[in-house]
Design a protein around this ligand. Structure first.
Ligand SMILES: [Zn+2]
Length: 628
């Protein structure tokens, strides 16, 4: 079927929504709202009326950079007289309730972080509402790339990033991680592009550019995702595969060749993978994060394609989220460590299974370095595991604290109680709370009753409250040492003492992590001759490895090493991954407090960045877009 105009699209959409979803309802699993639901970052009142299932019919226009859609929600209505959705910058055209025309609704006051509540009046016993709307040009979740901004430079690309609270900028929804729903979708876009979602996905383009999707496991709104581009699919294992632009597909498939072994290792640790397929899409370089754990389809930055599989712990991380995060979900963003701390811990267990303990010790040490650095810079309250982000943007909680302090806390429990017991605990935990949400308090009480209380002496040694409800890194943190890094340190010392020339150092077999450690530990006092010597010996400026480049550029900026200027600029203009941008722009500002150079590069680069990154860098550089 081919839709000729948008009005027809909506009518057909509503018909499908009103009967189609009822037919399929029985096979969709649903989750109850926890009685203690609360979320400072959502207007929803799910204990009165909650969404259960979404039927989303959408038409995507690259020309206007807008999505026109109808979102039809099946609801659980506890005799409420209204239902509340989160929205931000959406143009609402029309709202229907149970098929009756023109429902009564209003948009509340606009909050700069939360957006506007959409309140829809419900007649008694109402079962569904349909919202016809369009996204606006500055919908923050959506990044529209022109052909030039993609790898192959032939076709435009669109991808979404909904976490933490950006789903509401492209779908009116109850935008809280504590509210889960199933969904179906039908999306029409340009026929030369393939559309993918966090759902069952096509592997080939079709002639009409219309694709249908189904997600039968209940997910929270931050896992709603879509990518549209000229991408191809390549199978990796029976259950795994990769999507990428044609010019990237070979390199991507080669880089991720061990995805199946990762899945096997993960299942061995924490039980069955519950989501059917596990595929990865490699996005254009402007993707603001390393990866995003969208169910069935991890979104990944191309900056982990290093050619030697050395940065694939990121895939282990996103895969691990299939348990921690996607299966058992933080109830709201103050409990973010439950998603990320578990996932980092779990990622390292997968990597240990694949590459051994000495490899993982490098990851742990790099993690501890990040944590120490960040803890020193953050206000004390932001270094507790249990956060207090009320009235703030939940992105403020995306720091190493949730990731690394969370992971080291779990390691500490493992260290005290033994791996066997802790694994058994985790296995039961994911089984018992599958497709549910978790608060820090509920986790602590479950941990206490099912593990900690078995040995009160060990429990005292853990000092749980210091970790969860206290600042900084408790002094009983697990010990972190890496022999492989110690070898790097002695090589580095020998070179800076003048015992060897750089090219004489024994660096054969070094992974990205060893190089990163080498670069992070270079002395502050490097001369221009030494910078040149290092660059000539190891080719840092020309490296194809983004981690190495980013660490090297911090030094080239600090020491004003001119031969790297062009490479630095082209890196910043093409790569939008926030993890790299923040240290590089701050090094640029430190080297030149007038911010002249940083701003000049940023002006060129900004159109290539996602709002997640521009929000951060705008603030850092005091950059006002209107003055462009
Ligand atoms: Zn994560």
């Amino acid at each position: 079927m081919r839709y000729t105009n948008i009005a027809l699209l909506f009518i057909v959409g509503l018909l499908i929504a009103s009967c189609g979803s009822k037919e399929t309802k029985t096979e969709m699993k649903q989750a109850d709202i926890p009685k203690d639901w609360s979320d400072p970052h959502s207007y929803a009142k799910p204990l009165e009326a909650a969404v259960k299932h979404l039927n989303w019919i959408a038409q995507v226009s690259f020309k206007t950079k807008k999505i026109k859609a109808s979102a039809t929600w099946d609801i659980e209505n506890n005799n409420a007289d209204s239902i509340v959705f989160d929205t931000r910058n959406l143009d609402i055209h029309k709202v229907l309730v149970d098929g009756a025309d023109e429902a009564d609704y209003y948009l509340g006051d606009n909050d700069p972080v939360l957006g506007q509540p959409l309140v829809i009046k419900l007649p008694e016993g109402a079962e569904w509402v349909a919202i016809n709307y369009s996204t606006s040009k500055d919908a923050e979740a959506l990044q529209w790339l022109n052909a030039q901004q993609t790898h192959d430079k032939n076709n435009p690309f669109l991808f979404t990033q909904s976490q933490a609270i950006l789903a509401r900028t492209w779908i009116p929804c109850q935008d809280s991680p504590g509210i889960r729903f199933t969904y179906e979708a039908e999306v029409k876009s340009r026929p030369e592009l393939l559309t993918l979602m966090s759902a069952e996905n096509p592997v080939k383009k079709n002639a009409d550019g219309i694709y249908k999707f189904k997600m039968t496991e209940p997910i929270p709104s931050y896992l709603m995702a879509m990518a549209i581009g000229d991408v191809e699919f390549q199978k990796i294992g029976e259950q795994t595969g990769v999507y990428a632009e044609p010019g990237m597909i070979e390199a991507s498939a080669n880089e991720f060749a061990n995805m199946d072994s990762m899945l096997v290792a993960a299942e061995k640790l924490y039980g069955k993978y519950r989501w059917g397929r596990y595929d990865v899409i490699v996005l254009p370089p402007s993707f603001p994060f390393g990866g995003m754990e969208n169910p069935r389809l991890t979104f990944s930055t191309p900056t982990i394609i290093a050619g030697d599989r050395s940065l694939t712990s990121l895939i282990a991380h996103e895969l691990a989220h299939s348990w921690s995060g996607n299966l058992v979900t933080n109830a709201n963003w103050n409990d973010f460590w439950l998603n990320e701390g578990f996932t980092v811990y779990f990622e390292r267990r997968i990597m240990e299974e694949l590459y051994g303990k000495d490899y993982v010790n490098m990851l742990r040490e790099l993690g501890m370095q990040d944590l120490k650095k960040e803890v020193a810079d953050l206000p004390a309250r932001d270094t507790w595991l249990k956060l207090d982000l009320d009235g703030r943007n939940p992105d403020d909680g995306m720091t190493s604290v949730a990731y690394e302090k969370g992971a080291f806390f779990l390691e500490k429990i493992e260290e005290l109680y033994g791996r066997k017991k802790f694994d058994k605990f985790l296995n039961t935990y994911f089984e018992k709370f599958a497709f549910e949400t978790m608060t820090t308090e509920k986790f602590v009480s479950y941990l206490d009753s099912s593990l900690l209380s078995s040995d009160t002496a060990l429990k005292a040694k853990l000092r749980l409250n210091d970790w969860i409800y206290g600042p900084g890194i408790p002094d009983n943190a697990p010990e972190v040492t890496s022999e492989r890094f110690q070898r790097v340190e002695s090589a580095l010392k020998a070179w800076s003492d003048g015992a060897f020339e750089a090219k004489e150092l024994k660096t054969a077999g070094w992974s990205s992590h060893e190089w990163l450690h080498f670069l992070r530990n270079l002395p502050d006092t490097l001369s221009n001759e030494q910078m040149t010597e290092l660059d000539q010996s190891f080719g840092f400026t020309k490296s194809g490895n983004s981690e190495i480049l980013a660490a090297w550029f911090e030094h080239t900026i600090k020491h004003n090493y001119k031969p790297a200027d062009d490479a630095l600029e082209s890196f910043l203009v093409s790569v939008g991954r926030r993890k790299f941008l923040v240290p590089l722009y701050s090094a640029l500002t430190e080297a030149d407090p007038s911010k002249k150079r940083a701003t000049a590069i940023y002006k060129k680069a900004r159109p290539n960045y996602h709002s997640v990154s521009t929000n951060t860098i705008d603030e850092m550089l005091n950059y006002q877009k209107d003055k462009e």
